[in-house]
Design a binder for this molecule. Structure first.
Ligand SMILES: [Zn+2]
Length: 294
């Protein structure tokens, strides 16, 4: 079962989070019919966003992650609500490149090292927090580690893998994130670095160990404080009302043209694929409501 397990070790001086997101990635593969390459890319962003959303403090806080790249995959957008609830979209879901073997895809070419990661956090303040860093590798784990280090000021080691099987489903997804707190002494950093190096191939580790086992097995012999585990989930919040905004965005002229052409307007949610059909009367009502408001 998917889970996010978190602990503080070395008397609160290092944060460690292990997360398993295999079911979550398979849900995304099913909803979007993702190619293996697109599944690894979107799966990695969904996994990191699930971790990030679990770090949000208030229930109403939310965030979005946007990866803009120059590779064949195009933009990736993931939105998340507090507590590990995420939904995502990738521009070129059918993109294919020769795989690297062992369930690993060629993200270096799929995403490339030109582009940006942008994170917007709505923490209920007047202005949202916006963090942006350039992609450094295109494999996403080093890119997100760089984002946390550079933009959020938290030096981070991140092991992250999404393995795709022959049948196109995800066989293992998740990772381990380690963040020393500011002022963490050098001798602890040395120990942590040594442990982090054992997480290469974290996808294979997650096939045999649960996230809570990873924390226990690798860090349990140090002073450790565990946090309650959370289950990350693929959750879309789209609604008919929200989707009616797409008709306003379309504009009055184009929505009338579409109605003449097809008799109704169908709007599909990018995140979950749910279809919303608006009849002629629906569209008239939407525009009347809009006119009433302005
Ligand atoms: Zn939706």
């Amino acid at each position: 079962m998917d889970s996010i397990a978190k602990a503080l070790v070395f008397d609160g001086q290092v944060k460690v989070v292990a997360f398993k997101t295999t079911d979550l990635v398979n849900e995304a593969i099913k909803l979007h019919s993702l190619s293996p390459l697109a599944a690894e890319a979107l799966g990695k962003v969904l996994s990191v966003a699930a971790y990030m959303s679990n770090e949000l403090k208030g229930e109403k806080e939310k965030l979005s992650v946007h990866v803009q790249d120059k590779g064949v995959l195009g933009s990736i957008i993931v939105a998340a609500d507090a507590g590990g609830k995420v939904r995502g979209y990738i521009q070129n879901k059918d993109a294919v490149l020769p795989p690297l073997g062992n369930g690993r895809q060629d993200l270096f070419k799929g995403i490339g090292s030109e582009g940006f990661i942008t994170v917007i956090k709505d923490l209920g303040l007047k202005d949202p927090y916006v963090g942006k860093t350039e992609l450094v590798r295109g494999n996403l784990e080093e890119d997100f580690a760089w984002y946390f280090t550079r933009s959020e000021g938290s030096p981070t080691a991140l092991a992250l893998e999404v393995l795709i099987g022959e049948d196109g489903t995800c066989t293992s997804a998740g990772g381990v994130l380690v963040q020393p707190m500011p002022g963490c002494p050098e001798h602890i950093l040395v120990v942590v670095e040594d442990i982090v190096s054992s997480f290469a191939g974290v996808g294979d580790i997650l096939k045999v160990k649960e996230p809570s086992d990873i924390l226990k097995d690798y860090f349990g012999h140090f002073e450790i404080e565990y946090f309650p585990e959370v289950t990350p989930l693929y959750r879309c919040k789209c609604s008919r009302e929200q989707m009616s905004n797409a008709i306003i965005t379309l504009g009055r002229g184009d929505s009338v043209n579409l109605l003449m052409e097809r008799g109704e307007i169908e709007v599909v949610c990018h995140f979950c694929g749910k279809k919303y059909v608006f009849s002629k009367q629906d569209v008239i009502d939407i525009w009347q409501k809009y006119d009433h408001k302005i």
